[in-house]
Design a binder for this molecule. Structure first.
Ligand code: KIV
Ligand code: ZN
Length: 511
Protein backbone atom coordinates (compact mmCIF):
# COMPACT_ATOMS: atom_id res chain seq x y z
CA UNK A 1 0.00 0.00 0.00
CA UNK A 2 1.19 3.53 -0.75
CA UNK A 3 0.11 6.69 1.00
CA UNK A 4 -0.75 9.54 -1.35
CA UNK A 5 0.62 12.81 -0.03
CA UNK A 6 -1.67 15.77 -0.62
CA UNK A 7 0.28 19.01 -1.11
CA UNK A 8 -2.08 21.97 -1.20
CA UNK A 9 -1.05 25.08 -3.10
CA UNK A 10 -4.27 27.13 -2.79
CA UNK A 11 -2.40 29.84 -0.89
CA UNK A 12 0.48 30.05 -3.38
CA UNK A 13 -0.47 28.96 -6.94
CA UNK A 14 -4.17 29.48 -6.12
CA UNK A 15 -3.53 33.00 -4.95
CA UNK A 16 -1.79 33.65 -8.28
CA UNK A 17 -5.23 33.38 -9.97
CA UNK A 18 -6.04 36.58 -11.84
CA UNK A 19 -7.87 39.07 -9.61
CA UNK A 20 -7.31 37.17 -6.36
CA UNK A 21 -5.84 38.79 -3.30
CA UNK A 22 -6.27 37.34 0.19
CA UNK A 23 -5.63 39.05 3.51
CA UNK A 24 -3.38 37.42 6.12
CA UNK A 25 -6.45 36.60 8.27
CA UNK A 26 -8.15 34.91 5.32
CA UNK A 27 -5.02 32.89 4.51
CA UNK A 28 -4.75 31.79 8.12
CA UNK A 29 -8.39 30.72 8.16
CA UNK A 30 -7.91 28.69 4.98
CA UNK A 31 -4.71 27.12 6.36
CA UNK A 32 -6.59 26.15 9.52
CA UNK A 33 -9.26 24.40 7.49
CA UNK A 34 -6.63 22.68 5.32
CA UNK A 35 -5.02 21.30 8.45
CA UNK A 36 -8.42 20.05 9.70
CA UNK A 37 -8.90 18.33 6.36
CA UNK A 38 -5.49 16.78 7.08
CA UNK A 39 -3.58 17.70 3.94
CA UNK A 40 0.06 16.66 4.29
CA UNK A 41 1.67 19.88 3.08
CA UNK A 42 0.42 23.46 2.87
CA UNK A 43 2.32 25.66 0.44
CA UNK A 44 1.74 28.94 2.24
CA UNK A 45 3.22 31.35 -0.30
CA UNK A 46 6.18 32.74 -2.22
CA UNK A 47 7.81 34.96 0.42
CA UNK A 48 10.14 36.96 -1.85
CA UNK A 49 7.24 37.99 -4.10
CA UNK A 50 5.76 40.57 -1.69
CA UNK A 51 5.87 41.82 1.86
CA UNK A 52 2.37 40.47 2.49
CA UNK A 53 3.28 37.01 1.14
CA UNK A 54 6.27 36.97 3.47
CA UNK A 55 4.13 37.97 6.46
CA UNK A 56 1.42 35.43 5.74
CA UNK A 57 3.89 32.54 5.35
CA UNK A 58 5.43 33.64 8.67
CA UNK A 59 2.05 33.70 10.43
CA UNK A 60 0.98 30.34 9.05
CA UNK A 61 4.36 28.80 9.92
CA UNK A 62 3.97 30.08 13.48
CA UNK A 63 0.35 29.10 14.06
CA UNK A 64 -0.53 26.01 12.04
CA UNK A 65 0.74 22.75 13.56
CA UNK A 66 0.70 19.05 12.57
CA UNK A 67 1.27 19.74 8.88
CA UNK A 68 4.33 20.51 6.77
CA UNK A 69 4.49 24.15 5.69
CA UNK A 70 6.22 24.89 2.39
CA UNK A 71 7.42 28.16 0.89
CA UNK A 72 8.44 28.70 -2.73
CA UNK A 73 11.79 30.09 -3.88
CA UNK A 74 13.47 30.52 -7.23
CA UNK A 75 16.90 28.92 -7.49
CA UNK A 76 18.87 31.78 -6.00
CA UNK A 77 20.27 32.63 -2.55
CA UNK A 78 18.07 35.66 -1.92
CA UNK A 79 14.80 33.77 -2.53
CA UNK A 80 15.95 30.82 -0.43
CA UNK A 81 17.10 33.02 2.49
CA UNK A 82 13.76 34.83 2.40
CA UNK A 83 11.75 31.58 2.24
CA UNK A 84 13.67 30.25 5.23
CA UNK A 85 13.26 33.42 7.22
CA UNK A 86 9.48 33.19 6.74
CA UNK A 87 9.39 29.47 7.52
CA UNK A 88 11.62 29.34 10.58
CA UNK A 89 8.92 28.89 13.19
CA UNK A 90 7.16 26.07 11.35
CA UNK A 91 6.98 22.70 13.07
CA UNK A 92 7.97 20.97 9.83
CA UNK A 93 9.23 23.50 7.27
CA UNK A 94 9.87 22.71 3.62
CA UNK A 95 11.79 24.86 1.15
CA UNK A 96 10.46 24.45 -2.38
CA UNK A 97 12.97 25.56 -5.01
CA UNK A 98 12.32 25.59 -8.74
CA UNK A 99 13.91 26.36 -12.06
CA UNK A 100 12.59 25.93 -15.60
CA UNK A 101 13.94 23.00 -17.61
CA UNK A 102 12.13 23.04 -20.97
CA UNK A 103 14.00 24.21 -24.11
CA UNK A 104 11.44 27.04 -24.59
CA UNK A 105 11.81 28.36 -21.03
CA UNK A 106 15.59 27.94 -20.91
CA UNK A 107 16.12 29.72 -24.25
CA UNK A 108 13.61 32.58 -24.03
CA UNK A 109 13.02 33.15 -20.33
CA UNK A 110 16.22 32.15 -18.56
CA UNK A 111 18.62 32.58 -21.50
CA UNK A 112 20.59 29.64 -20.13
CA UNK A 113 21.67 26.30 -21.53
CA UNK A 114 21.17 22.87 -19.93
CA UNK A 115 24.57 22.91 -18.20
CA UNK A 116 23.88 26.28 -16.60
CA UNK A 117 20.42 25.24 -15.42
CA UNK A 118 21.86 22.02 -13.98
CA UNK A 119 24.54 23.94 -12.11
CA UNK A 120 22.06 26.48 -10.74
CA UNK A 121 19.62 23.79 -9.58
CA UNK A 122 22.36 21.85 -7.74
CA UNK A 123 23.69 25.03 -6.16
CA UNK A 124 20.19 26.04 -5.00
CA UNK A 125 19.40 22.68 -3.42
CA UNK A 126 22.83 22.58 -1.69
CA UNK A 127 22.29 26.09 -0.40
CA UNK A 128 18.78 25.31 0.88
CA UNK A 129 20.08 22.22 2.66
CA UNK A 130 22.09 24.43 5.02
CA UNK A 131 18.68 25.34 6.50
CA UNK A 132 16.69 22.10 6.32
CA UNK A 133 16.77 18.61 4.89
CA UNK A 134 13.13 18.97 3.81
CA UNK A 135 13.71 20.32 0.30
CA UNK A 136 11.43 19.99 -2.70
CA UNK A 137 12.83 20.63 -6.14
CA UNK A 138 10.55 21.48 -9.10
CA UNK A 139 11.52 21.36 -12.77
CA UNK A 140 9.21 24.04 -14.14
CA UNK A 141 7.60 23.08 -17.46
CA UNK A 142 8.88 19.53 -16.94
CA UNK A 143 6.24 18.00 -19.23
CA UNK A 144 7.76 19.90 -22.18
CA UNK A 145 11.33 19.12 -21.13
CA UNK A 146 13.77 16.61 -22.56
CA UNK A 147 13.49 13.38 -20.56
CA UNK A 148 17.21 12.54 -20.78
CA UNK A 149 17.97 15.96 -19.31
CA UNK A 150 15.45 15.43 -16.51
CA UNK A 151 16.96 12.03 -15.55
CA UNK A 152 20.37 13.65 -15.18
CA UNK A 153 19.09 16.78 -13.44
CA UNK A 154 16.96 14.84 -10.94
CA UNK A 155 19.86 12.48 -10.14
CA UNK A 156 22.07 15.47 -9.37
CA UNK A 157 19.56 17.38 -7.25
CA UNK A 158 18.82 14.22 -5.26
CA UNK A 159 22.57 13.91 -4.68
CA UNK A 160 22.58 17.58 -3.57
CA UNK A 161 19.86 16.91 -0.96
CA UNK A 162 16.38 17.14 -2.51
CA UNK A 163 13.86 14.93 -0.72
CA UNK A 164 10.96 15.56 -3.08
CA UNK A 165 11.16 15.88 -6.86
CA UNK A 166 8.20 17.63 -8.42
CA UNK A 167 7.27 17.22 -12.10
CA UNK A 168 4.96 20.08 -13.09
CA UNK A 169 2.81 20.20 -16.17
CA UNK A 170 3.16 23.96 -15.89
CA UNK A 171 1.14 24.90 -18.97
CA UNK A 172 -1.42 22.10 -18.82
CA UNK A 173 -0.11 20.53 -22.03
CA UNK A 174 -0.03 16.87 -21.03
CA UNK A 175 -2.49 14.10 -21.91
CA UNK A 176 -3.21 11.51 -19.15
CA UNK A 177 -1.83 8.40 -20.84
CA UNK A 178 1.26 10.23 -22.04
CA UNK A 179 1.86 11.91 -18.67
CA UNK A 180 1.51 8.59 -16.84
CA UNK A 181 4.15 7.14 -19.17
CA UNK A 182 6.35 10.22 -18.59
CA UNK A 183 6.26 9.61 -14.83
CA UNK A 184 6.89 5.88 -15.25
CA UNK A 185 9.99 6.62 -17.35
CA UNK A 186 11.29 9.08 -14.75
CA UNK A 187 10.78 6.40 -12.08
CA UNK A 188 12.60 3.79 -14.17
CA UNK A 189 15.52 5.86 -15.38
CA UNK A 190 16.50 8.26 -12.62
CA UNK A 191 19.18 7.06 -10.28
CA UNK A 192 18.11 7.00 -6.60
CA UNK A 193 14.57 8.13 -7.41
CA UNK A 194 13.26 5.45 -5.04
CA UNK A 195 15.04 7.24 -2.17
CA UNK A 196 12.88 10.34 -2.52
CA UNK A 197 9.21 11.21 -3.03
CA UNK A 198 8.02 11.90 -6.54
CA UNK A 199 5.41 14.62 -6.95
CA UNK A 200 3.25 16.05 -9.75
CA UNK A 201 1.73 19.50 -10.19
CA UNK A 202 -0.76 19.70 -13.06
CA UNK A 203 -2.42 22.74 -14.60
CA UNK A 204 -5.82 22.65 -16.23
CA UNK A 205 -5.39 24.47 -19.54
CA UNK A 206 -6.91 21.55 -21.48
CA UNK A 207 -9.22 20.50 -18.64
CA UNK A 208 -7.07 17.49 -17.78
CA UNK A 209 -5.31 18.46 -14.56
CA UNK A 210 -7.12 15.93 -12.38
CA UNK A 211 -6.86 13.15 -14.98
CA UNK A 212 -3.13 13.82 -15.44
CA UNK A 213 -2.58 13.82 -11.67
CA UNK A 214 -4.36 10.49 -11.26
CA UNK A 215 -2.47 8.95 -14.20
CA UNK A 216 0.78 10.06 -12.58
CA UNK A 217 -0.19 8.52 -9.22
CA UNK A 218 -1.05 5.27 -10.94
CA UNK A 219 2.41 5.30 -12.54
CA UNK A 220 4.42 5.85 -9.40
CA UNK A 221 4.01 9.42 -8.18
CA UNK A 222 3.71 9.74 -4.38
CA UNK A 223 2.50 13.30 -4.01
CA UNK A 224 -0.29 15.26 -5.74
CA UNK A 225 -0.14 19.06 -5.78
CA UNK A 226 -3.65 20.48 -5.78
CA UNK A 227 -5.68 23.60 -5.03
CA UNK A 228 -9.15 23.97 -3.54
CA UNK A 229 -11.81 24.49 -6.26
CA UNK A 230 -8.99 24.02 -8.79
CA UNK A 231 -7.94 27.67 -8.59
CA UNK A 232 -4.51 28.77 -9.78
CA UNK A 233 -2.64 30.39 -12.67
CA UNK A 234 -4.79 30.71 -15.83
CA UNK A 235 -7.20 27.71 -15.94
CA UNK A 236 -5.97 26.66 -12.51
CA UNK A 237 -4.50 23.59 -10.84
CA UNK A 238 -5.78 20.08 -10.26
CA UNK A 239 -8.71 20.46 -7.84
CA UNK A 240 -8.09 19.10 -4.33
CA UNK A 241 -11.66 17.83 -4.04
CA UNK A 242 -11.56 16.05 -7.41
CA UNK A 243 -8.28 14.26 -6.79
CA UNK A 244 -9.18 13.16 -3.26
CA UNK A 245 -12.74 12.09 -4.09
CA UNK A 246 -11.57 10.19 -7.19
CA UNK A 247 -9.14 8.20 -5.06
CA UNK A 248 -11.79 7.56 -2.40
CA UNK A 249 -14.75 6.87 -4.68
CA UNK A 250 -12.78 4.62 -7.03
CA UNK A 251 -10.78 2.77 -4.39
CA UNK A 252 -11.50 -0.36 -6.40
CA UNK A 253 -9.29 1.10 -9.16
CA UNK A 254 -6.81 2.91 -6.90
CA UNK A 255 -6.65 -0.07 -4.59
CA UNK A 256 -3.02 0.21 -3.52
CA UNK A 257 -3.40 3.81 -2.25
CA UNK A 258 -4.02 5.02 1.26
CA UNK A 259 -5.87 8.33 1.52
CA UNK A 260 -5.78 9.93 4.97
CA UNK A 261 -7.73 13.15 4.41
CA UNK A 262 -11.02 13.97 6.16
CA UNK A 263 -13.29 14.42 3.15
CA UNK A 264 -16.16 15.77 5.26
CA UNK A 265 -14.26 19.06 5.51
CA UNK A 266 -14.28 19.61 1.72
CA UNK A 267 -17.49 21.61 1.34
CA UNK A 268 -16.75 24.10 4.07
CA UNK A 269 -13.25 24.74 2.74
CA UNK A 270 -14.54 25.07 -0.81
CA UNK A 271 -17.13 27.67 0.24
CA UNK A 272 -14.57 29.55 2.27
CA UNK A 273 -12.07 29.73 -0.60
CA UNK A 274 -14.79 30.82 -3.01
CA UNK A 275 -15.97 33.59 -0.66
CA UNK A 276 -12.55 34.91 0.21
CA UNK A 277 -11.25 34.91 -3.37
CA UNK A 278 -14.49 36.13 -4.91
CA UNK A 279 -14.16 33.27 -7.44
CA UNK A 280 -17.58 31.78 -8.04
CA UNK A 281 -17.82 28.01 -8.39
CA UNK A 282 -19.52 27.01 -11.63
CA UNK A 283 -22.79 25.19 -10.78
CA UNK A 284 -21.78 22.04 -12.66
CA UNK A 285 -18.30 21.90 -11.10
CA UNK A 286 -17.45 18.33 -10.06
CA UNK A 287 -17.91 17.58 -6.34
CA UNK A 288 -18.50 21.13 -5.02
CA UNK A 289 -20.73 22.78 -7.66
CA UNK A 290 -24.31 23.65 -6.65
CA UNK A 291 -25.66 21.04 -9.07
CA UNK A 292 -23.19 18.27 -8.22
CA UNK A 293 -25.80 16.48 -6.11
CA UNK A 294 -28.96 17.90 -7.71
CA UNK A 295 -31.33 15.76 -9.77
CA UNK A 296 -33.60 17.47 -12.24
CA UNK A 297 -35.19 14.76 -14.38
CA UNK A 298 -38.09 12.80 -12.97
CA UNK A 299 -36.44 9.48 -13.80
CA UNK A 300 -33.32 10.43 -11.84
CA UNK A 301 -35.28 11.80 -8.89
CA UNK A 302 -37.35 8.67 -8.76
CA UNK A 303 -34.22 6.50 -8.90
CA UNK A 304 -32.47 8.41 -6.08
CA UNK A 305 -35.56 8.22 -3.86
CA UNK A 306 -35.67 4.46 -4.35
CA UNK A 307 -31.94 3.95 -3.94
CA UNK A 308 -29.40 6.79 -3.71
CA UNK A 309 -26.65 4.91 -5.53
CA UNK A 310 -28.70 4.66 -8.74
CA UNK A 311 -27.58 8.13 -9.73
CA UNK A 312 -25.11 9.20 -7.02
CA UNK A 313 -21.62 7.74 -6.93
CA UNK A 314 -20.79 9.70 -3.79
CA UNK A 315 -22.77 10.42 -0.65
CA UNK A 316 -23.18 14.20 -0.23
CA UNK A 317 -22.45 13.71 3.47
CA UNK A 318 -18.98 12.36 2.65
CA UNK A 319 -17.95 15.88 1.55
CA UNK A 320 -19.74 17.55 4.47
CA UNK A 321 -22.76 18.63 2.49
CA UNK A 322 -25.77 18.62 4.75
CA UNK A 323 -27.34 21.45 2.89
CA UNK A 324 -30.94 20.85 3.75
CA UNK A 325 -30.50 19.90 7.36
CA UNK A 326 -31.89 22.59 9.57
CA UNK A 327 -29.27 23.09 12.21
CA UNK A 328 -30.33 26.02 14.35
CA UNK A 329 -33.33 28.23 14.92
CA UNK A 330 -34.39 31.27 16.95
CA UNK A 331 -34.78 29.16 20.09
CA UNK A 332 -31.24 27.78 19.93
CA UNK A 333 -29.15 29.01 22.80
CA UNK A 334 -25.46 29.45 23.49
CA UNK A 335 -24.94 25.74 24.10
CA UNK A 336 -26.43 24.62 20.77
CA UNK A 337 -24.52 27.35 18.94
CA UNK A 338 -21.23 26.33 20.57
CA UNK A 339 -21.88 22.69 19.70
CA UNK A 340 -22.45 23.67 16.07
CA UNK A 341 -19.14 25.58 15.99
CA UNK A 342 -17.21 22.64 17.42
CA UNK A 343 -18.85 20.15 15.06
CA UNK A 344 -18.09 22.27 12.01
CA UNK A 345 -14.46 22.83 13.00
CA UNK A 346 -14.34 26.47 14.14
CA UNK A 347 -11.96 27.34 16.96
CA UNK A 348 -13.40 30.49 18.48
CA UNK A 349 -12.26 32.42 21.53
CA UNK A 350 -14.75 33.77 24.09
CA UNK A 351 -14.77 37.32 22.78
CA UNK A 352 -15.50 36.26 19.21
CA UNK A 353 -18.04 33.73 20.44
CA UNK A 354 -20.16 36.47 22.02
CA UNK A 355 -19.94 38.60 18.87
CA UNK A 356 -20.97 35.68 16.68
CA UNK A 357 -23.75 34.59 18.99
CA UNK A 358 -25.34 38.06 18.91
CA UNK A 359 -25.12 38.11 15.13
CA UNK A 360 -26.63 34.64 14.99
CA UNK A 361 -29.55 35.67 17.24
CA UNK A 362 -30.16 38.73 15.10
CA UNK A 363 -30.24 36.57 11.96
CA UNK A 364 -32.42 33.91 13.59
CA UNK A 365 -34.98 36.57 14.47
CA UNK A 366 -35.19 37.58 10.78
CA UNK A 367 -35.00 34.15 9.15
CA UNK A 368 -37.02 31.28 10.55
CA UNK A 369 -34.99 28.22 9.66
CA UNK A 370 -31.23 28.30 9.52
CA UNK A 371 -29.27 25.53 7.85
CA UNK A 372 -25.55 24.83 7.86
CA UNK A 373 -24.69 27.04 4.88
CA UNK A 374 -26.54 30.02 6.38
CA UNK A 375 -24.69 29.78 9.66
CA UNK A 376 -21.31 29.21 8.02
CA UNK A 377 -21.87 32.21 5.75
CA UNK A 378 -22.61 34.34 8.81
CA UNK A 379 -19.53 33.10 10.68
CA UNK A 380 -17.15 33.60 7.75
CA UNK A 381 -18.55 37.07 7.24
CA UNK A 382 -18.19 38.18 10.85
CA UNK A 383 -15.01 36.39 11.80
CA UNK A 384 -12.71 37.22 8.93
CA UNK A 385 -13.76 40.74 8.08
CA UNK A 386 -11.23 43.57 8.20
CA UNK A 387 -11.11 46.11 11.06
CA UNK A 388 -13.91 48.66 10.79
CA UNK A 389 -12.07 51.79 9.69
CA UNK A 390 -15.28 52.79 7.93
CA UNK A 391 -18.34 51.69 9.89
CA UNK A 392 -21.89 51.95 8.60
CA UNK A 393 -24.10 54.00 10.94
CA UNK A 394 -27.19 54.55 8.85
CA UNK A 395 -28.57 53.52 5.46
CA UNK A 396 -31.77 54.49 3.72
CA UNK A 397 -32.54 53.71 0.09
CA UNK A 398 -35.52 54.64 -2.03
CA UNK A 399 -36.15 53.13 -5.42
CA UNK A 400 -38.96 52.12 -7.75
CA UNK A 401 -39.98 52.11 -11.40
CA UNK A 402 -41.05 55.78 -11.35
CA UNK A 403 -38.67 57.09 -8.69
CA UNK A 404 -35.08 58.25 -9.03
CA UNK A 405 -33.04 55.76 -6.95
CA UNK A 406 -31.39 57.59 -4.07
CA UNK A 407 -29.34 56.60 -1.05
CA UNK A 408 -28.66 58.40 2.20
CA UNK A 409 -25.72 57.04 4.14
CA UNK A 410 -23.89 57.85 7.36
CA UNK A 411 -20.46 56.31 7.88
CA UNK A 412 -18.37 56.55 11.02
CA UNK A 413 -14.71 57.33 10.31
CA UNK A 414 -12.81 57.36 13.59
CA UNK A 415 -14.88 59.58 15.90
CA UNK A 416 -16.52 61.50 13.11
CA UNK A 417 -19.79 60.56 11.41
CA UNK A 418 -19.94 61.65 7.77
CA UNK A 419 -23.26 61.85 5.98
CA UNK A 420 -24.09 61.87 2.32
CA UNK A 421 -27.78 62.61 1.81
CA UNK A 422 -29.96 61.79 -1.19
CA UNK A 423 -27.25 60.65 -3.55
CA UNK A 424 -28.83 59.43 -6.81
CA UNK A 425 -27.67 56.73 -9.19
CA UNK A 426 -28.64 54.46 -12.06
CA UNK A 427 -30.10 52.05 -9.55
CA UNK A 428 -30.10 51.68 -5.75
CA UNK A 429 -26.70 49.96 -5.68
CA UNK A 430 -25.14 52.59 -7.91
CA UNK A 431 -26.57 55.27 -5.61
CA UNK A 432 -25.12 53.54 -2.54
CA UNK A 433 -21.65 53.09 -4.03
CA UNK A 434 -21.57 56.69 -5.31
CA UNK A 435 -22.56 57.96 -1.85
CA UNK A 436 -19.81 55.92 -0.20
CA UNK A 437 -17.23 57.15 -2.72
CA UNK A 438 -18.12 60.71 -1.83
CA UNK A 439 -17.88 59.99 1.89
CA UNK A 440 -14.46 58.31 1.68
CA UNK A 441 -13.34 60.99 -0.79
CA UNK A 442 -11.16 58.86 -3.07
CA UNK A 443 -11.06 59.14 -6.81
CA UNK A 444 -8.92 56.07 -7.49
CA UNK A 445 -11.56 53.41 -6.82
CA UNK A 446 -12.84 51.25 -9.67
CA UNK A 447 -15.48 48.58 -9.27
CA UNK A 448 -14.20 45.43 -11.00
CA UNK A 449 -17.13 43.20 -10.17
CA UNK A 450 -20.27 43.03 -8.08
CA UNK A 451 -22.18 39.83 -7.39
CA UNK A 452 -25.22 38.99 -5.36
CA UNK A 453 -26.55 35.54 -4.69
CA UNK A 454 -28.99 33.89 -2.30
CA UNK A 455 -27.16 31.65 0.18
CA UNK A 456 -30.11 29.24 0.07
CA UNK A 457 -33.45 29.10 -1.68
CA UNK A 458 -36.53 31.11 -0.69
CA UNK A 459 -37.41 34.79 -0.57
CA UNK A 460 -36.13 35.10 3.01
CA UNK A 461 -32.70 33.73 2.01
CA UNK A 462 -29.58 35.56 3.07
CA UNK A 463 -28.22 37.77 0.29
CA UNK A 464 -24.51 37.18 -0.16
CA UNK A 465 -22.69 40.03 -1.84
CA UNK A 466 -19.16 40.13 -3.19
CA UNK A 467 -17.55 43.34 -4.38
CA UNK A 468 -14.17 43.50 -6.06
CA UNK A 469 -12.49 46.91 -6.04
CA UNK A 470 -9.28 48.07 -7.65
CA UNK A 471 -7.58 50.75 -5.60
CA UNK A 472 -4.02 51.96 -6.34
CA UNK A 473 -3.40 48.93 -8.60
CA UNK A 474 -4.31 46.45 -5.84
CA UNK A 475 -7.44 44.34 -5.68
CA UNK A 476 -9.64 44.15 -2.58
CA UNK A 477 -12.51 41.69 -2.25
CA UNK A 478 -15.34 42.77 0.06
CA UNK A 479 -17.96 40.37 1.22
CA UNK A 480 -21.12 40.43 3.28
CA UNK A 481 -24.28 38.48 4.04
CA UNK A 482 -27.53 40.05 5.21
CA UNK A 483 -31.21 39.38 4.68
CA UNK A 484 -31.51 42.84 3.04
CA UNK A 485 -29.51 43.03 -0.19
CA UNK A 486 -28.96 46.81 -0.15
CA UNK A 487 -27.56 46.47 3.36
CA UNK A 488 -25.35 43.51 2.27
CA UNK A 489 -24.07 45.49 -0.73
CA UNK A 490 -23.20 48.49 1.44
CA UNK A 491 -21.32 46.35 3.95
CA UNK A 492 -19.46 44.44 1.20
CA UNK A 493 -18.31 47.71 -0.38
CA UNK A 494 -17.19 49.07 3.00
CA UNK A 495 -15.48 45.74 3.73
CA UNK A 496 -13.33 46.06 0.58
CA UNK A 497 -12.48 49.66 1.57
CA UNK A 498 -11.61 48.50 5.10
CA UNK A 499 -9.19 45.93 3.67
CA UNK A 500 -7.58 48.70 1.65
CA UNK A 501 -7.29 50.88 4.77
CA UNK A 502 -5.89 48.00 6.85
CA UNK A 503 -3.17 47.53 4.26
CA UNK A 504 -2.41 51.27 4.13
CA UNK A 505 -2.20 51.50 7.93
CA UNK A 506 0.04 48.43 8.15
CA UNK A 507 2.36 49.91 5.53
CA UNK A 508 2.43 53.24 7.37
CA UNK A 509 3.36 51.51 10.64
CA UNK A 510 6.42 49.96 9.00
CA UNK A 511 7.81 53.26 7.72
O1 KIV B 1 3.28 25.40 -12.44
C1 KIV B 1 4.44 25.33 -12.00
O2 KIV B 1 5.38 24.89 -12.66
C2 KIV B 1 4.66 25.82 -10.65
C3 KIV B 1 5.98 25.52 -10.03
C4 KIV B 1 6.58 26.68 -9.36
C5 KIV B 1 5.87 24.32 -9.15
O3 KIV B 1 3.78 26.37 -10.04
ZN1 ZN C 1 1.79 25.92 -10.98
Amino acid sequence: MRKVKIFDTTLRDGEQSPGVSLTIEEKLAIAEQLSLLKVDVIEAGFPISSESDFESVKEIAKKIRDVEIAALARSNYKDIDCAWEALQEAEDPRIHVFIATSPIHMKYKLKMNEEQVLEKAIEAVRYASKYTSNIEFSAEDASRSNLEFLYKLFEKVIEAGAKVINVPDTVGYAIPEEFGEFIRKIKENTKNIDKIELSVHCHNDLGMATANTLAALKNGADQAEVAVNGIGERAGNAALEEVIMSLVTRKDYFQDFIVTQDTTKIMKLSNMVSKFTGMVIQPNKAIVGKNAFAHESGIHQDGVIKERTTYEIMDAKSIGLEKNNLVLGKHSGRHAFKEFLVKTGYKIDDENFEKLFLKFKDLASKKKNLNQVDVEALINDELYKAEDYYKLEYLSVTTGNTTLPTATIKVKVGDEVIEKAACSGDGPIDAIFKAINEIVDKDNISLLSYKIEGVTEGTDALGETTVKLKIDDDIFVGHSVETDITHASTLAYLNALNKYMTKKLQEAKKI
